[in-house]
Design a protein around this ligand. Sequence first.
Ligand code: UDP
Ligand code: MG
Length: 319
Amino acid sequence: MNSDDQTIQLSVIAPVYNEAPNIEPLVQELLAVLRPIGKRFEIILVDDGSLDDTPKVLRRLKESVPELKVIFFRRNFGQSAAMTAGFDHAKGDIIISMDSDLQNDPRDIPRLIAKIEEGYDLVSGWRKDRKDPFISRRFPSILANMLIGLATGVKLHDYGCSLKAYKKEIADQLLLYGELHRFIPVLADLYGAKIAEVVVNHRPRTKGKSKYGLSRTYRVLLDLLLMLFFQKFATRPLQFYGAWGGALFTLGFLTELYLTYVKFVRGEDIGHRPLLIFGVLLIVTGVILGSIGLLAELVMRTYYETSGRRIYTVKEVLE
Ligand code: UDP
Ligand code: MG
């Protein structure tokens, strides 16, 4: 680490996976925008195990662009992992994330920075005029955006836009397991970030191939469930499982109580009644849910206490 590292003010990070023809134009466009801003900046490109000429191009570019920093993954870990590596290495107080396929326009960066300097913690791009195929990309994305907004209460038009600006404190909190990069605004909201949205330019992909298809829709739904659980119960899982477990158990218990009454007071046979099995099912399910809640509670505490993470985030301390 040289002494310049401390003074970097702006970091631009982008994941790169098989984008050989796009990298050089991307870096040129970025330099053209970033140099006039007058902040000390770095461009961090994370090669996510590319199989084409990407590594070669990156090494060659590094020789002529001192602001460039390149991280090579050993294999393909996915966009979320690559973005996390970018965040991990970024030194700037302001961090910009974007795609490396030239679909995002670097000329939007100054406006994102201005918004951050207005006091927002996260500024998310909105690809209002998105240049992607309708059936496979835009349509599912419209539905997903509506659903995520309704379900999480974080109101944005476009969660999936990679072009975003972050204050360092917020970026440091993000742990993008799986494909959670699409839920960055929801995650940031969990930490209490102040979020703004800015309309950005979007361009069609002219070189290289898109890495995703329709199949990601289902995974987005699973991730959404996870986010909902996080939003409400990540730090108190027992209250979630306990509430459902307790309700089911009580219902099952009452059912069996009723059948006991039928058997012993009314003297009727109950062996053939579907209600009998239903009640047992409710009791067993209730007990299982309750036990999962206890386990989840232990796991959660182990996580927070061993990782040093807190269940709160502090904005400021006055002493
Ligand atoms: N990407 C990556 N690893 C992957 C898939 C994608 O680093 O496994 C990068 C890719 O190089 C691009 C960005 O993530 O910079 C977005 O990918 P893509 O353009 O294919 O997604 P789309 O714009 O079609 O949603
Ligand atoms: Mg793209």
